[in-house]
Design a protein around this ligand. Structure first.
Ligand code: HEC
Ligand code: HEC
Ligand code: HEC
Length: 147
């Protein structure tokens, strides 16, 4: 297979994938509203495999509050979606998100759902508006159903 599929094909594959996993995803998909908007980074190196929702990192929300340097230099976040091997041990240890989400700079780590808010099976990515709308139209109703 080629390395990069055209967006349309990709969206259809995502759609098929969602259809195939709709049953497995139903429990998660309908339990909470899924939040993701333009510029959000979805981080899913480990989440699906570990049985939790992918993480949605609202980049702009943070960018208006902190200088780039705070995260990308001081805290060592690499400039790449999914490029940091983040896990909960590191976070609880005060690294990455845990440098702030510690109950002092920001709310602490027990608020699982506030970070793990992505739609199951969403790959690691930066949410761009075009990809979003393509995925939106291609996704089967079952996976998006609000009821
Ligand atoms: C401040 C944000 C944040 C909060 C709060 C948070 N997580 Fe995470 N968690 C992450 C990030 C980021 C990753 C890495 C995601 C990935 O690569 O898939 C992660 C990964 C994980 C993983 C897979 C890797 C591992 O460490 O095993 C599990 C399981 C997990 N979280 C469970 C939880 C649970 C349970 C809670 C609540 C007690 C929680 N998380 C709260 C951000 C958070
Ligand atoms: C609160 C922490 C934080 C701040 C502040 C922050 N970033 Fe990020 N940035 C992240 C995280 C987390 C990721 C995703 C990394 C991952 O998935 O492992 C990211 C990813 C990125 C990426 C790669 C993804 C993309 O959007 O293309 C770029 C580029 C980037 N940041 C630029 C910036 C710039 C420029 C600023 C300042 C205007 C900034 N960041 C401020 C945490 C931050
Ligand atoms: C430099 C500090 C800092 C880092 C690093 C950081 N956050 Fe935050 N985050 C904040 C602050 C401050 C808030 C606002 C807290 C509040 O409103 O009480 C916040 C809020 C949030 C929110 C809620 C946004 C909303 O709309 O209310 C989410 C989700 C979140 N962070 C996820 C993450 C994840 C995931 C990571 C790691 C990839 C991370 N944060 C890293 C400081 C940080």
């Amino acid at each position: 297979m080629e390395k990069i599929s055209p967006p349309g094909l990709r969206a259809r594959l995502v759609g098929l994938l969602l259809a195939a996993t709709a049953c497995a995803g139903l429990f998660f998909a309908q339990s909470d509203p899924v939040r993701a908007e333009y510029g959000d980074v979805v981080i899913n190196n480990h989440s699906d495999a570990a049985g939790v929702r992918p993480v949605v990192f609202p980049h702009w929300f943070h960018r208006v509050r902190f200088r780039c340097k705070v995260c990308h230099s001081d805290l060592g976040f690499k400039f790449q979606a999914g490029g940091n091997d983040i896990n909960m041990v590191k976070i609880i240890d005060g690294q990455f998100c845990g440098a702030c989400h510690n109950g002092s700079v920001a709310w602490s780590v027990e608020n699982c759902d506030l970070c793990h808010s992505g739609k199951p099976n969403t790959p690691t990515q930066v949410h761009e508006s075009t990809i979003q709308s393509l995925v939106g139209t291609a996704a089967p109703p079952a996976a998006n159903a609000k009821r």
